[in-house]
Design a protein around this ligand. Structure first.
Ligand code: ADP
Ligand code: MG
Length: 242
């Protein structure tokens, strides 16, 4: 579903990604971890072309993002993205947040968009809050709305960039639970997170990044298995967060 092929990216003269190669198959959950500044956010943003790349290629569901003929907004609308800071529209109600892109981008009739939004709100346990504004919700609730909003576009894959790291600890699990359900239902997911409990539970593979490069890319069992089989940098990273 997602192929990242020898991707390099520079910010000016600073090389932020070095020859990154990995892939996410349909229905696969890949967790991306690594130290702060290692390029995780940049890598995940390149997958829906929020950040351009200077070398290599990214193929999403058969479409090359570097092909000048590719309609990037169209690809982007099919790949859901959830950020650390929920980025809901503060002046719109929960329902309006959930229906805006469905109506504007997918041209869905309003009634249909509302019906879809309500269904998804129910799924993330927030039907009661449909007429509230984001500011009236807790961080965990806002993040669940953000996930429902991304799902309302019927994405072929979901990208998450540290979706729980801005939350108070007691709210982390309510968001992870929604993500675990999604994973179990077979959603294709690329998830930047340091929640190793989540990785152990649902990841198929773990990608470990350091200094802009993919240092490890292996099945979860291998990543959490024999520490001596892992790179020193991954061992050090895990010793700090586990
Ligand atoms: P991570 O998500 O792993 O913490 P990022 O992808 O955010 O890492 O950042 C990787 C590196 O790129 C960091 O050194 C960061 O300072 C730098 N960087 C990120 N965004 C920009 C930008 N827009 N311009 C210049 N440098 C950036
Ligand atoms: Mg980041």
């Amino acid at each position: 579903m997602i192929e990242i092929k020898n991707v390099s990216k520079w910010y000016g003269s600073f090389r932020v990604l070095t020859d990154c190669t990995t892939q996410v198959s349909k229905g696969e959950v890949v967790v991306v971890c690594g130290p702060s500044g290692s390029g995780k956010s940049t890598l995940i943003k390149t997958v829906n072309a929020l950040e351009p790349i200077q070398k290599g290629d990214i193929i999403v569901d058969g479409t090359s993002l570097t092909d000048p003929k590719t309609n990037l907004p169209k690809v982007r609308s099919r790949v859901g993205m959830v950020f650390q800071h929920f980025e809901l529209f503060p002046h719109l109600t929960v329902t309006q947040n959930l229906t805006l892109a469905q109506i504007k981008v997918l041209n869905r009739p309003k009634e249909e968009a509302i019906a879809r939004g309500v269904k998804l709100l129910d799924r993330v346990g927030l039907s009661k809050h449909k007429d509230k504004f984001p500011g009236q919700l807790s961080g965990g609730q806002q993040q669940r709305v953000a996930i429902a909003r991304a799902l309302s576009m019927d994405p072929i894959a979901m990208l998450f960039d540290e979706p729980t790291s801005a939350l108070d600890p007691e709210m982390v699990n309510e968001v992870l639970d929604v993500m675990v359900d999604l994973a179990k239902e077979g959603m294709t997911m690329m998830v930047v997170t340091h929640e190793m409990g989540f990785a152990r539970k649902v990841a198929h593979r773990v990608v470990f990044m350091d200094a802009g490069a993919i240092v490890e890319d292996c099945p979860k069992e291998e990543f959490f298995g024999d520490p001596s089989a892992r790179s020193e940098r991954a061992q050090y990273f895990l010793s700090k967060i586990l």
